[in-house]
Design a protein around this ligand. Structure first.
Ligand code: ACO
Length: 378
């Protein structure tokens, strides 16, 4: 059968596979995750429930959840070689996302890679340990072993600081992790799915996805988004600083989206989670952030009219994670700690039903070159 070929740069508008995991509706600004509107589940579920939902297409019962939490908790420890790699990376002050990628590659050593479900559990369980361990090594601090009696989110904060976090911080972190766990065929998920589509293993799929998430056009945006607010510092600086960026042709991190042309629904959920941290002395900072957002939206309309550039999830990610007290260097790695739930779900879904993903490229090079021996080339 002859297939019609079309070219869509960036694969914009192309449907490459079916999924039951999530549906971002860019026109209405609605995100459905496995049947639930985001705002009806993200602020209430534990992260473990969200992962279970994606892997099994239903929420767990209380007994199933307890078993699942215990299974994840017992897989938090890293293979010893991972710690050596993290120490070597810390000695060179490698970015956290690179250290995560390097250490994640060692997870094949603690699980049978052919067992995709077990490997998915190992990946989800071990990511917080890798990130927290590396962060402490960068600070010159002793590593903190995971605690099986704490939830996934609480244990991550505990391994970073050594303190058991308060309930508000854990709830805000879980709301964040739940909000960004899956989002259609975003670049990193697509990467994971392409790797899984070759029937390569689960750890290979998540390692590739980390590389895709790291880029500033995808998961690398929230740190720079907050840095812009710090750079602006006071409300009156917002207009000149942002205008200068747009005059230089720079992109404003935390704005614009391939799919959402109305407001990103994740922004509202995250804003609600963040607000509680910005009372009292911190209220002024929150007001500055909202002012910067409004100025940015106005100037984007002026400089890029008709492009429908709205605030995206990364802008409010920055606010929530800053509210919890995480440093900007941990924003993208914390995104990975969530999104690995989606990557693994997509890989499992593709193993069950998918074809190899193999699009075409439009060749634009020469076609009639002739071989010239090296002695005759000028
Ligand atoms: N600031 C300034 N201009 C922008 C921005 C921005 N944040 N985003 C898009 N534009 C402009 C582009 O320059 C382009 O202008 P032109 O028509 O004059 O050439 C136009 O808007 C369309 O942009 P595209 O790059 O074609 O849009 P695309 O869908 O390919 O890109 C993306 C989407 C990558 C998110 C883009 O909006 C961007 O770079 N945003 C900033 C980075 C960011 O916040 N990334 C996080 C995204 S959310 C996530 O991945 C979890």
């Amino acid at each position: 059968m002859e297939l019609e070929t079309i070219m869509r740069p960036g694969l914009q508008g192309v449907i490459a596979a079916e999924t039951r995991l999530s549906r971002p509706d860019g026109q209405r600004g609605v995100l459905v995750i496995a049947g639930y509107w985001l705002e009806r589940i993200a602020p209430y579920a534990t992260f473990e429930e969200m992962v279970y939902l994606l892997w099994h297409d239903r929420l767990p019962t209380a007994v199933e959840l307890a078993t699942f939490k215990a299974e994840l908790a017992e897989k938090r420890a890293l293979p010893p070689i991972a710690e050596d790699i993290l120490r070597a990376a810390a000695a060179q002050k490698q970015p956290v996302m690179d250290a995560l990628r390097m250490a994640a590659g060692t997870l094949n050593l603690v699980v049978d890679a052919a067992d995709a479900q077990a490997a998915a559990q190992v990946a989800v369980a071990a990511f917080p340990t890798i990130v927290a361990s590396y962060w402490r090594l960068l600070q010159g601090e002793a590593l903190i072993a995971p605690r099986a009696d704490l939830s996934h989110a609480a244990n991550y904060l505990y391994m970073l600081t050594g303190d058991v976090p308060d309930a508000d911080a854990v709830r805000a972190l879980e709301t964040y992790l739940n909000t960004v766990i899956d989002h259609g065929f975003n670049a990193s998920t697509f990467t994971a799915r392409v790797i899984a589509s070759t029937q390569s293993d689960m750890i290979a799929a998540v390692v590739g996805a980390i590389g895709a998430l790291k880029g500033p056009l995808h998961g690398g945006a929230p740190g720079p988004a907050l840095d812009m607010v710090f750079e602006i510092g006071t409300p009156e600086n917002a207009e000149p600083v942002i205008r200068a960026k747009l005059e230089r042709g720079e992109r404003l991190m935390g704005f614009g989206h391939r799919v959402y042309k109305v407001r990103d629904p994740r922004a509202d959920v995250l804003n609600a989670a963040a607000e509680r941290f910005f009372v009292g002395e911190r209220a002024e900072f929150y007001a500055l952030v909202r002012h910067v957002e409004q100025v940015a939206l106005d100037l984007l309309e002026e400089y890029k009219p008709g492009r429908s550039l709205k605030t995206n999830v990364e802008f409010y990610t920055a606010l929530v994670l800053h509210g919890i007290g995480l440093p900007t260097d941990l924003f993208s790695p914390t995104f990975a700690i969530s999104r690995v739930g989606g990557w693994t779900a997509h890989a499992l879904e593709h193993y069950a039903s998918g074809r190899i993903i193999r699009p075409l490229a439009q060749y634009t090079g020469e076609t009639e070159r002739r071989w010239v021996p090296i002695t005759e080339r000028d």
